[in-house]
Design a binder for this molecule. Structure first.
Ligand SMILES: [Cu+2]
Length: 301
């Protein structure tokens, strides 16, 4: 194959364009990740508002700095050797050394020790994440194409919420809607009815799905788990007291055409406010239930 200089130039220009496009994509991804979370600066994991999320962050940083240290040492030694022992300075290759048992033992043991150092805290955090004992509030979460259902248990039993994409986001996302998504607050990250939970309470989610695999993910809680049809997966979090507010997440499994349109919004309230919300919800449901029972009775007669 012959390649002319012109082809080379075009290929180089194309490579540069791809490079720029790639960098822009990465920047956009970073921005999107930052926009979706409350406690992220857009470049790193969110610090979060639960103990588990902070544990995950600390572990991530520990591993990051170990990797950074290794990179500095390895690349430093490599670059130093390339410069110091280059041919133009009269370096001559050593052709006599072919094997060193001592070196092999050292470069096997050091990485093994580093792996163990990383595995011990990682295992501790995984065990903590899986420990759903002594939860104070359980909520059954069901994924649908494309919405979430929250059925409360324990003290809030009877409350059943369907949470779907907010109306203005849903309108703006339609083809030729004429609405600039930038003008919609929390575009694609807003729902009609959020999941309401109390702070300082160990909340356990029981996740399942009615159709395909979805995943419930709220970065600020350090919480993400698949919702699989026919299975019940567990997940827990306890939001720190004083961190009441709105937290946002998304379905994190490619679950079909409208996968990007089933966000998660969690409204964290103080335990007292939560109790009041539960009472209001029950009061709103009971007269309606009584009315429908009465009309069914009337129809039967
Ligand atoms: Cu989904």
């Amino acid at each position: 194959m012959t390649v002319t200089r012109g082809d080379d130039g075009r290929n180089a220009a194309r490579a540069r364009r791809f490079g720029v496009a790639g960098a822009l994509c990465l920047a956009a991804l970073g921005w999107a990740a930052g926009a979706a979370a409350n406690t992220s600066n857009g470049y790193n994991l969110p610090l979060g508002v639960t103990e588990v999320s902070r544990d995950i962050y600390a572990l991530h940083m520990e591993v990051f700095w170990i990797c950074a240290g290794i990179a500095v040492l390895v690349f430093g030694a490599m670059i130093y050797s390339l410069l110091k022992f280059r041919h133009s300075r009269g370096a001559v290759a050593d052709t006599t050394m072919s094997h060193s048992t001592q070196v092999e033992i050292i470069w096997t043991l050091i990485p093994a020790v580093i792996l163990v150092v990383m595995a011990i805290p990682a295992a501790k955090i995984i065990l903590k994440m899986e420990d759903t004992r002594n939860s104070e509030l359980s909520i059954r979460v069901t994924g649908y194409q494309w919405k979430w259902e929250y059925q409360y248990m324990d003290g809030a039993a009877g409350i059943d919420i369907f949470s779907t994409l907010a109306r203005d986001s849903n309108f703006a996302r339609q083809l030729h809607s004429g609405v600039d998504p930038k003008t919609v607050p929390n575009y694609l990250l807003e729902v009609d009815k959020p999941l309401v939970i109390p702070s300082g309470t160990k909340v356990r989610l029981l996740l399942t799905s009615q159709d395909v695999i979805h995943a419930w993910w709220v970065p600020d809680f350090g919480a993400k788990r698949s919702a699989v049809p026919g299975f019940v997966n567990e997940l827990w979090f306890r939001v720190d007291p004083g961190k009441e507010g709105i937290y946002r997440g998304q379905c994190a499994a490619l679950c079909g055409r409208d996968h990007g349109f089933m966000p998660i919004v969690v409204d964290v309230r103080t335990p007292d406010e939560f109790k009041k919300w539960v009472a209001d919800q029950k009061a709103a449901v009971q007269p309606a239930a009584a009315a429908s029972a009465n009309s069914a009775h009337a129809l039967a007669n």
